[in-house]
Design a protein around this ligand. Structure first.
Ligand SMILES: Cc1cc2nc3c(=O)[nH]c(=O)nc-3n(C[C@H](O)[C@H](O)[C@H](O)COP(=O)(O)O)c2cc1C
Length: 219
């Protein structure tokens, strides 16, 4: 489906795939074909023991989107009361805090409007790792999250917007019930809305200097 590609460079895709919330076009349909094409790209990601663990639940049915969005909103209300809520995290300087407040307003907007996205995508992996060794967790998540990020990068290069979200998992069982996911056998990792974006110009975001994130030779 190369006719849908924006043909951004790899560098552009990697630096401009933002969490899109207010610029999601809720009125423009997204075809199953296009969503499937993003999954095709996603499945090129690495996978522990080459086991291809990731499963995508893609919700386009309006009633089920509404039900899932209701669970998301409930999880978001729980999240808003935690010290981790994006709107109360102090980033230490005025510019970063102003950026944080803008993101909080955008996240609040998504919580109110999640049901309007033409597709809601939940990335899942088979298995539960609560009682397993740490490597079981990192292998499962390490095999599910790269494909989801690749899905989002592929979406960006097709004019689609996404936003990585997890607060639905405060109400994990309710979300599983909506989706028919066997919650004792499958781990849901994240939910993203998918919609065409209003405009396709997105910019690199404010991020730390690389020196703040590098430990040469030892921690
Ligand atoms: C693990 C994880 C969980 C997140 N959960 C949510 C969420 O539940 N709701 C939301 O609106 N954004 C969520 N985000 C998106 C972040 O707020 C966003 O990535 C961050 O503000 C940086 O913005 P950018 O992605 O546009 O660069 C999450 C991101 C990650 C990586």
């Amino acid at each position: 489906m190369t006719e849908h590609l924006l043909d951004l460079s790899a560098e552009e895709v990697l630096t401009t795939t933002r969490s899109v919330r207010k610029r999601l076009d809720f009125d423009r349909p997204v075809s199953r074909e296009l969503l499937t094409d993003c999954v095709r790209v996603a499945l090129q990601a690495p996978s522990g023991s080459n086991r291809w663990l990731t499963q995508f639940v893609i919700v386009t049915d309006a009633d089920r989107r509404k039900a899932l969005a209701d669970v998301y909103r409930k999880g978001y209300e729980i999240y808003r009361k935690t010290p981790g809520y994006i709107g109360v995290v102090d980033k230490g300087d005025d510019a970063r805090n102003a950026n944080q407040q803008r993101t909080a307003a955008s996240a609040d907007y998504l919580a109110e409007n999640m049901h309007r996205a033409p597709a809601l995508v939940v990335a899942c992996g088979p298995g539960r790792t609560e009682s397993g060794p740490p490597i079981a967790k990192t292998t499962l998540m390490g095999s599910v999250l790269p494909p989801l990020w690749s899905f989002m990068l592929a979406a960006r290069n097709r004019g689609l917007g996404t936003a990585w979200t997890t607060v639905m998992l405060f109400c994990e069982q309710e979300a599983a019930d909506v989706l028919g996911v066997p919650n004792d056998e499958v781990t849901m990792a994240a939910l993203t809305p998918v919609a065409f974006t209003k405009g396709t110009d997105f910019k690199p975001a404010m991020r730390p200097d690389p020196a703040e994130a590098i430990h040469w030779d030892q921690w």
